[in-house]
Design a protein around this ligand. Sequence first.
Ligand code: COA
Length: 167
Amino acid sequence: MSYLTSTLNNAHNKKDFDCGNQLLNNYLHTQAKQDIKRRLSACFVLSDETEVVKGYYTLSSSSIQKELLPAKIISKLPPSYHSLPATLLGRLAVNNSFKGQRLGELLLLDALKRSFHVSLSSIGSMAVIVDPIDEAAERFYTKYDFILLPECGKMFLAMETVAQLFH
Ligand SMILES: CC(C)(COP(=O)(O)OP(=O)(O)OC[C@H]1O[C@@H](n2cnc3c(N)ncnc32)[C@H](O)[C@@H]1OP(=O)(O)O)[C@@H](O)C(=O)NCCC(=O)NCCS
């Protein structure tokens, strides 16, 4: 399977990455490598031959409480499941110098493709969920049909919907 991104490695120039959000900058600068080592998340990077990081995203296994899902989806699930397996797209960010070139969209599609293929071939996952960092991020994900879940602040896209993009 081909992807636009590669896993974060030591050759990538992380320190100059600036997406305008300090939490997401710091994550790449100081925490991403540790999280990978501890198997807390996987980090994928879009870069060129200069190894400048144009953008990145992280994926982890996660779960969603069934009661938070829309009734239409709950009605199709077996009653015995209280917590449903999902893939968390925890962070996604584009370097300021490359914003507005549709790289955010490309990174999102790359993350959805990886999530879908894993769900199909190796680890069950019924949705991709995101944790929007602010209202602008929420608007970005809303453009791509993510819906806001009650109480938890997370947004949800059913894997059934993601599958339609890659079949
Ligand atoms: C949000 C972000 C990833 C978008 O990246 P980008 O490469 O500039 O966006 P793209 O060029 O791919 O834009 C794709 C579409 O999303 C829209 N969009 C971009 N940023 C947006 C934002 N902050 N709010 C709402 N819509 C946004 C664009 O207008 C475009 O819409 P169109 O299809 O109507 O033309 C980037 O601005 C960023 O890194 N922001 C800081 C970190 C962040 O908020 N991450 C989000 C999740 S934690």
